[in-house]
Structure formats: structure tokens, C-alpha cells
Design a protein around this ligand. Structure first.
Ligand code: DLL
Length: 447
């Protein structure tokens, strides 16, 4: 059993450590950054104004656009030849954001991922089946180094080739798996088809992240693989995976490793801090990074923070990310995040949370949300329903009404729900999945 004493610092000691680190960081940026000194000047501040972590509010907010404007290496604070690694964010539009790591940064990265895996239930000696993508994406290598640091051994399988993944899980018997939650659904489904289930599968823990997910997926993955599934959160700009992780016995919220990453929640409009427990945009400061430290980085991820009085560790927890601020749909005036729809699925037995959402626009307004989701093959089998039978169509109509009612109850909008048999909607084939479709893609899906 490996322990991490820093996780148990008293709050006053933690604040002292954060204050020392922030003071040092601002001085470091004053000396080494070609970006921040200009910002400090604009705000009329200098390192002398930063006396404790409370003064973080005086510092400038950093946006993704700042990283784009300085592409590729303008945010580095060390000469490029002092880097040990470069990763990029998985942004789907425009230039990627580039992150440079020194050797010390890689050590911090491994340390926070080791802590995350430990919180997720993993132990030295266990095998990690690492199905996060290896490459410029931070998931594969991030989890790899962290697992080795914890004393695990890693199968660096990366994402994709699901059938081979299941062969190797069957043969090598790993205790821990990590991948995106939507890929965990795909793997679980392939395992079910081969007769592997919670009884005969070696896996005990699943460490899932890189996209928003909810209890609907947790319930399904835990039941089908017989694992305890926890959330791992992170982003390339800050370090990669391992900014935060749930504890496998507590769940519900993820510890932010706040000796390295100081978290604030800001109001998306006023950019002012919101009270503890209130939702807003997560803003993170890297307190210890050397290659490319960031002050108050606007993650665009919506969540809230809380201290859990019954928690095993003394660090702040973050609620599950409801979505990115730019993923919010406004359907007939109601704000909707895809994760809220996904959450509603967990309240209807038999729904497989493999789903797609299609917003329908009229006169530049979103007026309808089409929902395509699957029903479990076991449920159809239990009810002895087969395509072509008289009661098959009645069941699908009744089931879609149940899903629609649950969404209306929990999200407040009336949706048009189409139920599909399990296995008929496209599955996640590796990394993150985009669950929002264009109208023509939805039409293809329903052909
Ligand atoms: O996705 C790092 C990562 C790899 C995290 C593996 C966890 C596991 P990026 O590609 O830069 O980095 O994407 C970061 O993904 O701002 C969130 O919007 C989203 N995200 C990451 N983890 C979670 C999570 C990696 N657990 C962006 N829940 C972030 C919700 C997540 N969203």
C-alpha cells in the first residue's frame, strides 16, 4: 500500500504551501515568461503584490486563445532544449494547443496520476490495461508513467481494435482498466458477447475520463465488468489526466490535487469567484510547473467545488463536469447539457447509454431535440420480443415514452425519442466520442 502524506495536510498547512508556491511562481513568470509580464503591467501588479494564495484574484486569467496566439512555443518559460516532452490538446478546430514539459513536470505528472490511480483503488503489483490513446494526446503516456510510478505494470494497448483488447483482458487478467467512459461501454459490450461478465472477468477497477459522463454509464460499466469505476479528470494545458480523481469507496466527487493545481470557480459572465458549492467555470493555476506554467487557466468546464467533511483526504472535491460551456444547448429557451439527458437514462431500467442527440434548428433557434438511444438486448430477450412480432412495436413505443417522460421530468424539455436495439447505433471505437449529431447524420442513423 502506497501513501501520499500531502493528501492529509491540515487546511492551514495546505494554504501555506499553496501561498509559498504561488509567490515563487509569479516571480518565476516575471523573470522567465515572455507572455505574463505584459499582462502584469496591464493590471498594474508585480510579484510584490502576491503575498498569499488569496491574492490569486489579482492575477490575470489565461484563455485558450492566448495559447493559440502564441502558437507553438510562445508560452514556454524554458528554452526548448530543456524540454523532455511535448503534448497537444485534442481540440477539434483550429490549431492545437501545445504543452511543453520539463523533466520536473513529467515527475509531477507521474506523481498526480499515481495518486489518482491509488484513489481509484489500484495498488502496486496490479496490471493496468491502458486503453487510452498513446500519442500527442496526454491520456496514454500520462496514465502509463503514473501507473509505473505507483509500482504497477502496464499493458500499453492504446485505443481501438476492441476484439484484441478483449482477447488480452481474457488472457492477461489485468485488475485495472483505463479508457474513455464511452469506450468502456464498447469493451463491456464485446465482453458480454463473449460470455465474460462481472463473475468471470479479472477487472476490479476502471479509471474513466477525458469526457463528461454520468451515473448512467457508471452503473452500466460497473454491472457488466464487475468493477468499481471512478472518474479521472484533466486537460493537456494544465498537465493531462490526473488533475483530479474520485476515491473508489467515496465516489460522487473527484479530489483535486490542489498542492499542484489551485482551483477556482468563476461566474462565466462576470468572471468573479462564486461561493463554494455554486456552479461555474473551473479555472486552474499550475502551482509547480516549470516548462509552461499557467495562471488562472479558463478550462471552460462547468462544475462546482466542495470540501467533504467525511472524506479520507483533506483536499477539495469537484462535482462531475456537467459539460463544457460551449456544449450547452438552448432548446426553446431551456439550457441543456448532453450529460443531463444521459443522467436521465439511468432512471429507466434497460436503457444502454449509447446515445446521440440531434438539435433541430428553425429560424436560428433550437426548437427540438431528437434523442436516439439503445435498449438492452437482455431486456428484449427477457420479454421474448422479436422484430416482426406484434408486441415488438408496442414495446418500443411504450419504452420511448418512458424515456421521454424521464427526460421531461429531469431536464424540463419534451424530446423526440427513438429507441434502437442494442448494437445498432455506432459505438465509440477508441477515444472521446461526440454525441451531438447534425440532422443529416441523424437521418442516416434512422434509415
Ligand atoms: O482529455 C486529458 C485526460 C486524459 C483526462 C485521460 C482524463 C483521462 P484534453 O484532450 O486536453 O485532455 O481534453 C481536456 O476534456 O477540458 C474536459 O472538457 C474534458 N474532460 C477530461 N476529463 C474529463 C472528465 C484530456 N473526467 C478536456 N469529465 C477537459 C468531464 C473531462 N470532462
Amino acid at each position: 500500500m502506497k501513501t501520499f502524506p500531502v493528501e492529509h495536510l491540515e487546511l492551514s498547512q495546505l494554504r501555506e504551501l499553496q501561498s509559498e508556491r504561488l509567490k515563487k511562481l509569479v516571480k518565476y513568470l516575471e523573470d522567465k515568461s515572455s507572455f505574463y509580464p505584459k499582462k502584469f503591467k496591464e493590471l498594474g501588479i508585480s510579484s510584490a503584490d502576491i503575498k498569499s494564495i488569496e491574492d490569486i484574484r489579482k492575477l490575470p486569467i489565461t484563455y485558450k486563445q492566448d495559447l493559440r496566439n502564441t502558437y507553438p512555443f510562445g508560452m514556454l518559460t524554458v528554452p526548448k532544449n530543456q524540454l523532455q516532452r511535448i503534448h497537444c490538446s485534442s481540440g477539434s478546430t483550429g490549431k492545437p494547443t501545445v504543452v511543453g514539459y520539463t523533466k520536473e513536470d513529467i515527475d509531477v505528472f507521474s506523481e498526480v496520476v499515481a495518486r489518482s490511480l491509488n484513489a481509484a483503488g489500484a495498488k502496486p503489483g496490479m496490471q493496468l490495461h491502458n486503453a487510452y490513446g498513446y500519442g500527442i494526446f496526454t491520456g496514454g503516456l500520462g496514465l502509463h508513467y503514473g501507473a509505473e510510478k505507483l509500482g504497477m505494470h502496464v499493458l500499453p494497448i492504446s485505443g481501438g481494435m476492441t476484439s484484441r483488447q478483449v482477447d488480452l483482458i481474457t488472457d492477461f487478467k489485468p485488475e485495472v482498466i483505463c479508457c474513455s467512459p464511452s469506450y468502456a461501454l464498447t469493451i463491456a459490450d464485446e465482453m458480454a458477447k463473449r460470455g465474460l461478465n462481472s463473475e468471470n472477468c479479472s477487472l476490479k477497477y476502471a479509471v474513466l475520463g477525458s469526457e463528461a459522463w454520468t451515473e448512467a454509464i457508471r452503473d452500466h460499466v460497473e454491472a457488466s465488468l464487475g468493477v468499481q469505476a471512478t472518474n479521472i479528470y484533466g486537460l493537456s494545458e494544465i498537465i493531462g489526466p490526473g488533475v483530479a480523481n474520485e476515491d473508489w469507496e467515496e465516489k460522487g466527487g473527484s479530489y483535486i490535487w490542489e498542492d499542484h493545481f489551485y482551483a477556482e470557480i468563476l461566474d462565466p459572465k462576470t468572471k468573479e469567484p462564486v461561493p463554494m458549492g455554486k456552479q461555474g467555470v473551473l479555472v486552474l493555476t499550475t502551482l509547480t510547473k516549470k516548462g509552461m506554467p499557467l495562471l488562472r487557466y479558463w478550462t471552460n468546464d462547468i462544475t462546482s467545488l466542495y470540501y467533504d467533511p467525511n472524506a479520507k483526504r483533506n483536499m477539495v472535491k469537484m462535482n462531475p463536469i456537467v459539460g463544457r460551456a460551449d456544449d450547452m444547448l438552448i432548446i426553446r429557451g431551456v439550457n441543456v447539457y448532453p450529460s443531463q439527458i444521459e443522467e436521465a437514462f439511468s432512471h429507466v431500467e434497460g436503457v444502454i447509454p449509447n446515445y446521440y442527440l440531434t438539435p433541430i434548428e428553425k429560424q436560428q433557434m433550437l426548437v427540438q431535440l431528437e434523442v436516439d438511444v439503445e435498449v438492452s438486448r437482455d431486456l428484449l430477450k427477457d420479454k421474448n420480443l422479436k422484430k416482426g412480432d406484434r408486441n415488438y412495436e408496442d414495446f418500443f413505443n411504450e419504452f420511448s415514452l418512458r424515456v421521454q417522460t424521464e427526460i421531461k421530468k429531469r431536464v424540463g424539455i419534451t424530446t423526440n425519442v427513438k429507441i434502437h436495439e442494442q448494437d445498432s447505433l455506432p459505438k465509440c471505437s477508441g477515444g472521446k466520442i461526440d454525441r451531438i449529431l447534425k440532422k443529416k447524420d441523424m437521418a442516416n442513423l434512422r434509415k
